[in-house]
Each structure stands twice: as C-alpha cells, then as structure tokens.
Design a protein around this ligand. Structure first.
Ligand code: ADQ
Length: 472
C-alpha cells in the first residue's frame, strides 16, 4: 500500500491534544484516519518563530508520525488570522458582510502555501498519496506540482463551497479556483457544495461537468461529495466509560428533574448561537408552563481569539444569555447555562446522553459532527431528539432529525415544544434511522472512500469492505 501524506493547517497528533481543549472536527476525524495508514501528517505546529527556517520537527505519537513547522508572526497574521479566517471562512459561510479583502492577506496566504510546499516536498516519495485538507491550503496542490511532484494529490474541503454569485466577490477568485485544477481529486462534504462548485466551473471558467469528472481546458479531474462521519464505534465506547457515566450523573444531579437541551459548538458566528438563544427565548415566552422545567446547556469554548469578529460575537452572546437569564430566571432556576470551555470527549459523551434534546442550529456548516456525535451517544431504549439546522451539511443525511430554519425563532420554538412532547416510539424510530446513517457512513467509510477515489478506484465503498475491528 502506498504511504498516505496528510497535509493540513494544524497537526493534532493523539498525545499532543490537550485533554480539556475543544478539538475542531477536522482534527478529530484525522486523528482516527491516521492510525490506519502508514504515513505522515504535515502542518503548522501552532508555534511562532522570529524567522522562518523550514526546520521540521518530526515526532511519533501512538503510531502516527507528525512533521511540523513553525511560522513567522506575519505569516500567522496574514495567512491564518487573515486570508483563511477573515476572508475565506466568512465568505464560504455566506457572510460576505464579514469578509475582509486585504491585499496583504492574499500575499501572506500564497507565501505560506509556498513555504508548506517547499518544506514538505523533500519528505515525499514518488508513489505516496497526498491528501491536502481545507481552506487554508487551497493552492498547495499547484505549489507541489510546480516543484515537480507527479503523485496523486487530493483535496478535501471541510467547509461549504459558496454559490458562484458570492464567490465572485473575492478578488482573484479565478486564480484560486484555477489552482485547484492541479489536484487529481477534489472532495466536498455534500452534493449541495458540489453543485455550487460545478456551477462556478461552468459559468466562470467555461468548463464542463460530466458525472464526477470536471474538465477545464486540457485539465480533467475528479470532483465528488464525501460526507464526513464520526467514529461511531469509539463514541459508543466513550459513552459507556466511567468518565462519561460520572459526567452524565453530574449533569442530571445538577438539573434535578428538569429536561436538558444541549448545544455544543465552537464559539463561531456560523454556528447560529445568537439566533438559537432567541429561538429558545421565544419558546419560553410562548410556553410559560415549561419555564422551570427545561434548561439549555450551551457549551461554547472561544476560538480564533485573535480575530476581532470573534471577540464581538463573544460579547454579544454574553450579553444575550445574561439578558434572557435576567428576564426569566427564578431563585431556583436559570434558563441558560452558558459555558465557555471545552470538555474531553468522554465527558461530552456523558453530557449528550444526559440531554433529552440537542439543539444544533448553525446558519451554515460544512457538515457538523456534533449532531452525529449526539446521535451516537443516545440510549437506544430511550433516545433524545435532535433538532438540526437545515443548513448544516449533516441535514442531508440526518433527515429524521427535526429540521429547522435556524433564522426562525418560531421554528426553533415549535421544534423544542415538539421534541419535549414526542412519544417514545417516535423518538426511537427517528433515532434508529439516524443511527443507521451515523454507523454506516462513519469516519472509516469516509476516509476509505476518499483514499480509494484518490487511488483511482471508482466503486464507492460497500458495507462488506468496512473493517470489522474498531479503528482508533
Ligand atoms: P467545526 O466547525 O469545528 O469543524 P464540527 O463538525 O461540529 O465543527 O466539529 C466540532 C468537533 O469539535 C466535534 O467533534 C466536537 O465534539 C468538538 N467540540 C466542539 N465543541 C466542543 C467542546 N465544547 N468541548 C469539546 N469538544 C468540542 C469543521 C467544519 C464542519 C465539519 C468539520 C469536519 O466547520 O462543518 O463538520 O470541520 O469536517
């Protein structure tokens, strides 16, 4: 088997993870993926250096070899905090109002992609498969080709791909998309983002689409949807762990007989937290008999603190949760518990299991793994109800969730009321259908399908190809 070289912005090898920190979905999925393939995970260490030297720190953690580099402060400002998180992230989440177009960000982004390419190229052998991840590294494939690599190179985008009409607001959008043609395979989370990409290729680049083949000029590549999953088996084990049981009891004891509605998100404007709080407020207004009987536990650790927009959303949510609590709280009841910290996976699994409802309402989300984790953590005999935004990629697979428009306070309020009153038989039926998808289309299925397609094998993975043993 060829080696697999995974390249992503950050590298988060098993031991390097902090126990209490929130992990992005990307690192959760890749930590599991890298145990299966012999290979290497390359990326930024997260550390800064006065001057970029290209020095590679090679380490081995639990069967995964990592290779990391440090970046200069200016690189981090322009590439990571700048182009990736202030230009592409908002634009790709349909927030052109928040997207900042600054020339220095674009040049910093290209410079860091060149630095990645320059440093990783000597580590690559001729028949290695290369798998590049996410919006930080869109032009990396082209940079690698310019250094003479003939390997098969794939790219997977974890976030949405914006509609053509929004993408054209990005200066040099064609240059960015053209660089993607250097890949042999491009993967999106869902058919919806894939359609937007096809549309752009046809309208802006004069290309053609035929099934999963895209042609522009003399370049032909494969482009398809590969919905990412969770490690359902590992999550099922996590929920049975003593830590999860303690977390479950701790939460249950603290709320006594109240119903828990849980939300777990990185603190990000794409997650629709403000809209969610307002939807819950509408529920409390309309259902005064439920006041004192439910608690919304919103776990949202801050992320990307160096980007100003994230400071302001944090202030907004502090204020909004405080206002709602001030308005409705009683001496013995607080409607929203708003917690700004991350929890280890086993504790999180216990909290999911203890919650009768999950309220996962991003305004736009590539996939949303929290929704799938919530499903994986439920008790089959007495499962909770998932309320899910129709604008999360996961909504295309989890059709038996209560799907809502996250912008509509009324829809959120009605869904919470419906979930609270849902008969057990219906809860089990809906959960079973969702769990089938979470189990079948898990992280193993996702990465095997992608790697197979990258190797040039056409057929999608069937059940019989899945390994019987647990991965991870
Ligand atoms: P994220 O935007 O980070 O990921 P998501 O898919 O929900 O969003 O993944 C979050 C992960 O972080 C989950 O595994 C969750 O358990 C963990 N997490 C979140 N909050 C936490 C907390 N308070 N404590 C501990 N852990 C926490 C990006 C894209 C998504 C896409 C993923 C994977 O934005 O759309 O689903 O990548 O491709």
């Amino acid at each position: 088997m060829s080696r697999l070289i995974v390249i992503s912005n950050r590298v988060s090898a098993p031991k390097a993870r902090s126990a209490g920190g929130a992990q992005g979905g990307l690192s959760v999925a890749l930590a599991a993926a890298l145990r299966e393939y012999r290979g290497l995970w390359f990326g930024w260490s997260g550390n800064k250096t006065d001057e970029f030297t290209g020095h590679i720190d090679l380490q081995r953690h639990e069967g995964v070899t990592t290779a990391t580099i440090d970046l200069e402060e200016q690189d981090v400002d322009e590439y990571y905090n700048g182009y990736a998180n202030r230009t592409l992230w908002p634009l790709f989440h349909y927030r052109i109002d928040l997207a900042e177009y600054d020339r220095s960000f674009g040049s910093g982004y290209e410079r860091v992609n060149e630095r990645f390419a320059e440093t990783v190229t000597p580590l690559i052998e001729p028949d290695d498969l290369i798998w590049v991840h996410d919006y930080h590294l869109i032009p990396l494939g082209m940079q690698l080709r310019e250094r003479g690599l003939k390997n098969r190179i794939g790219f997977f985008l974890h976030i949405p791909w914006p509609p053509q009409r929004l993408l054209v607001s990005l200066p040099f959008h064609q240059r960015l998309v053209r660089s993607m043609l250097a890949y042999d395979l491009i993967g999106f989370q869902t058919e919806e983002w894939l359609d937007s990409f096809h549309h752009y290729i046809e309208r802006e680049m004069g290309g053609t689409v035929d099934g999963d083949t895209v042609r522009v000029g003399n370049r032909t590549i494969k482009v398809a949807a590969f919905p990412i999953g969770v490690d359902a088996k590992e999550f099922g084990e996590a929920v049975r762990s003593p830590t999860a049981k303690q977390a479950h009891e701790r939460l249950k004891r603290s709320v006594e007989d109240k119903h828990v509605i849980i939300g777990v998100d990185r603190l990000d404007y794409s997650k629709g937290l403000g809209e969610r709080f307002l939807g819950y407020r509408r529920f409390l207004e309309e259902h005064d008999d439920c006041r004192g009987r439910v608690t919304l536990l919103q776990i949202a650790p801050p992320s990307r603190g160096e980007v100003h927009t994230y400071e302001s959303i944090r202030e907004h949510l502090d204020e909004l949760s405080g206002r709602i609590n001030g308005e409705f709280a009683e001496v013995d009841w607080v409607p929203i518990r708003y917690v700004n910290q991350g929890y280890p996976r086993e504790e999180l699994a216990g909290f999911y299991r203890a919650s009768e409802i999950a309220l996962i309402t991003p305004l736009r989300d590539g996939m949303n793994l929290v929704a799938k984790e919530y499903v994986a953590a439920q008790d089959p005999e007495d499962p909770g109800v998932l309320i899910l935004s129709r604008f999360a990629g996961a909504a295309l697979q989890l059709k038996d969730a209560l799907l809502v428009n996250p912008y509509s306070k009324d829809e959120i309020s009605d869904a919470v009321a419906k979930a609270l009153n849902m008969p057990k038989g219906e809860r089990i039926r809906r959960w079973r259908a969702m769990m089938d998808s979470v189990e079948k289309e898990d992280v193993v299925w996702w990465r095997r399908n992608f790697v197979r397609a990258l190797q040039g094998e056409e057929a999608p993975l069937g059940d019989e190809d899945k390994p019987a043993e647990a991965v991870g």
